[in-house]
Design a protein. Structure first.
Length: 192
């Protein structure tokens, strides 16, 4: 029995396949592509979990879409199961990225089925997150060891998903362990 078969037995809501439906030239990546794919299931119930798992995700219940930036790629996942991705080198990479995304979505389904839907207050807390709120949780030493000119600059990069809490050497000290833990909880309330 394959892992996919086993996953399907335990979690029938799991995605079995994501299929690329359309490939277009990418306007950013020279000789690259952007594509639209379709999952074999709707994703509406798992989008809030993905929102809480992916650090820089933006989620709109109204339009049923979650968008985030991963490396240079912009990924959008719609509740209908439609997925778009930009800035991809070629079809081979697109297939690998979709397989990775399928794994993330399926792990999110497992979390949803074992822990239930996320609390609306946690979703709202992340939705209201800002660079200023992240800055308030930093040591505010402006040491520049992270490569930014100030802690607020670092907070802005954290908010955009361009930096991680571990990129701040001040947060690695035992004195600031609680600050780091609180930042990580704000950015990714659910760990898979």
């Amino acid at each position: 029995m394959s892992d996919n078969d086993f996953m399907g037995l335990l979690f029938p809501d799991a995605i079995k396949k994501i299929e690329i439906r359309e490939i277009m030239p990418c306007t950013v990546e020279v000789n690259g592509i952007k594509f639209i794919a379709q999952a074999d299931k709707t994703l509406d119930e798992v989008l809030p979990v993905l929102f809480l798992v992916i650090p820089n995700a933006k989620y709109s219940e109204k339009i049923g879409a979650l968008t985030y930036k991963k490396d240079e790629r912009i990924v959008t996942i719609f509740s209908s199961g439609r997925i778009s991705m930009t800035h991809v080198k070629d079809r081979l990479l697109a297939d690998r990225l979709l397989e990775d995304l399928k794994g993330l979505i399926n792990r999110s389904y497992i979390h949803l089925k074992t822990h239930g839907s996320p609390e609306p207050t946690i979703v709202e807390l992340k939705r209201n997150l800002s660079a200023m709120k992240l800055y308030e949780k930093l040591p505010k030493t402006d040491c520049k060891k992270c490569g930014e000119q100030s802690c607020f600059g670092f907070a802005a990069k954290l908010f955009l998903g361009e930096k991680l809490p571990q990129n701040c050497p001040q947060l690695a000290t035992p004195k600031n362990a609680d600050l780091k833990k609180n930042l990580e909880k704000l950015l990714t309330p659910i760990k898979l």
